[in-house]
Design a protein around this ligand. Structure first.
Ligand SMILES: [Zn+2]
Ligand SMILES: [Zn+2]
Length: 247
């Protein structure tokens, strides 16, 4: 055996011990990238039935829904998108994944989150002609340096073999943080701030975002896309605030 041939497997083994695939949420070693360790997997809350068939919000019990299982908020204000689905409930565990992904340059988390999203959104990905991220306003993009939703959209496009139009949507002005606002005020704040920059006529568009709270932002995007001729707009997010419009 030559010196190089003998060295190669050792070199790879050393590299493996230096960079073993780590759990999405902690540093525990796992078999492959983008997985949870057994302990963390047990703490993850996936969005599961019952949830609203329209906006995808987890419902505390089936009786919380109105006619056709639709949640009372969707019944009162039908969203402009067809269906929204999310992989995870936005609880302490989901925050442990999403906050570092969003604010601390942990961009590699996109791949693992996208895998979970693909599972929750099989039907939406299947009927999508094209994917697009919910846009950040350019001042916020400059501060954060990347749009976390764009990274998720890119990974999902790869997984589902769908085109991703990263520049489909833009924000015309920055919005104030929606957190403290009630549902009506959120809707008002984002209404008319979304610009459609690509020809979406006749297309089934899947919007991608990290967290869905009231759905006001997704709704504003859907209103703009439908006005631009999109045939259908669906929404797929990594996490969903469980009880968004009750507060
Ligand atoms: Zn873990
Ligand atoms: Zn709903």
């Amino acid at each position: 055996m030559t010196f190089l041939a003998a060295l190669k497997p050792v070199g790879l083994a050393v590299l493996d011990t230096l960079l073993p695939p780590a759990c999405l949420a902690c540093d525990a070693p796992v078999a492959a990238d983008g997985q949870f360790c057994v302990l963390c997997f047990g703490r993850v809350s996936f969005v599961s039935a019952p949830f609203c068939p329209s906006c995808g919000v987890p419902l505390p019990f089936v009786e919380a829904a109105g006619a056709g299982g639709i949640c009372l908020a969707c019944e009162a204000n039908p969203p402009a998108f067809s269906q929204a689905r999310s992989a995870l409930r936005y609880d302490a565990m989901a925050k442990q994944l999403i906050l570092p992904f969003k604010y601390a340059d942990r961009t590699e988390i996109a791949r693992g989150l996208a895998r979970l999203m693909a599972r929750a959104g099989v039907k939406l990905l299947d009927r999508a002609d094209v994917l697009a991220p919910v846009p950040l306003h350019r001042t916020r993009l400059r501060a954060r340096r990347y749009n976390q939703s764009a990274l998720l959209a890119a990974e999902l496009g790869r997984i589902a073999a769908r085109p991703v139009w990263q520049d489909m949507l833009a924000r015309t002005r920055p919005t104030v943080p929606l957190g403290p606002l009630g549902y009506g005020a959120r809707r008002e704040e984002v209404a008319g701030t979304i610009l459609v920059r690509r020809d979406v006529a006749g297309k089934s568009v899947l919007l991608v975002d990290d967290v869905m709270t009231s759905g006001a932002t997704a709704d504003a995007c859907a209103v703009a896309l439908r006005a631009a001729g999109a045939r259908r707009v669906d929404v797929l997010t990594a996490a969903r605030v469980p009880d968004p419009r009750m507060g």
